[in-house]
Design a protein. Structure first.
Length: 293
């Protein structure tokens, strides 16, 4: 045995194995305060932002000290409650939503028809491109004088203006969604002999569903804003006014708290439709199917 071997053996240590008790997951968890866990919720943060804004509004109204120009949040809440209890705000909201649904549905159908024609033929594609280039920059409210001339003071004028506000924005989004469908899916549909409406319904619409939902969202926002603006311009339709007419009337009578109450209802309806309709539809379809993150 050489000297080198002896020196190595002298300093070599045997392995030691220590058995450690298992660590429970509960021992690793750190208890967090309740306020931190609540702050992690998006709804709590949004509610906090809303309360801050309402507080600033109330402070500004008290500093202004002129309810005719700027009623406080408390005065607006009182006017809103009285309008809901009396049923006037509910009635006016129902009138506006009834007209909105007609114009929105007709605009969506026409947008889908135009985009179907655009993806089916070259002439249809040129037609859609030309029409959207001409009419998309045109404000819908600018067509209101023509609508009044052609259809008179009635619901048909509002529906005409709403269709214009919905049609072009929705058609552009749907067409871009169709264009984004992969060529593999397109070729698969063609190999199965799908053409025209069957090709759009079975291949393009399912594949472009996120873009379709985005188009529906944009169309809804445009239609809702256009409807309120149109009602503010020429008022009631068919003898019954909507929310825009309610706001216009109270502005003329200097009931500013009722004007703010009407605006709050417009905002609340927008929030409810966004969260209860579109978010639910998105969660049940594209998110559930893994089409978006």
């Amino acid at each position: 045995m050489t000297l080198h071997t002896l020196s190595v053996d002298r300093f070599q240590r045997a392995d030691r194995i220590h058995e450690l008790p298992p660590v429970e997951a509960s021992e690793l968890a750190v208890s967090r305060p309740l306020w931190q866990r609540a702050w992690d919720l998006s709804v709590v943060r949004k509610l906090a932002i809303l309360l801050v804004l309402v507080g600033l509004w109330e402070l500004a109204a008290r500093y202004q000290a002129n309810p005719l120009l700027l009623p406080g949040a408390s005065d607006t809440a009182t006017a809103l409650w009285q309008g809901l209890v009396s049923g006037i705000l509910i009635q006016r909201s129902a009138v506006s939503l009834s007209v909105l649904l007609k114009g929105y549905a007709l605009g969506a159908v026409l947008a889908l028809a135009l985009t179907t024609l655009a993806v089916s033929t070259r002439l249809g594609r040129d037609l859609l491109s030309s029409l959207t280039s001409m009419f998309s920059p045109l404000p819908a409210i600018a067509l209101l004088p023509l609508a009044l001339l052609w259809f008179g003071l009635g619901e048909a004028s509002l529906v005409f203006v709403l269709v214009h506000s919905v049609l072009w924005a929705m058609a552009v989004n749907i067409h871009q969604g169709f264009q984004g469908v992969s060529e593999t899916l397109r070729m698969t549909g063609r190999n199965y002999g799908l053409r025209g409406l069957r090709y759009v319904a079975q291949i393009l619409i399912p594949a472009a569903l996120p873009a379709l939902l985005a188009g529906l969202r944009i169309g809804w926002a445009f239609a809702w804003r256009t409807l309120i603006a149109a009602e503010l311009v020429f008022g009631a339709s068919s003898g019954e006014g909507g929310l825009g007419w309610y706001i216009f009337q109270n502005r003329n009578e200097l009931y500013t708290d009722n004007v703010f109450a009407g605006l709050i209802v417009v905002i609340l309806i927008g929030l409810l439709v966004e969260n209860l309709v579109f978010n639910t539809l998105e969660r049940m379809t594209v998110k559930r199917w893994g089409m978006v993150r």
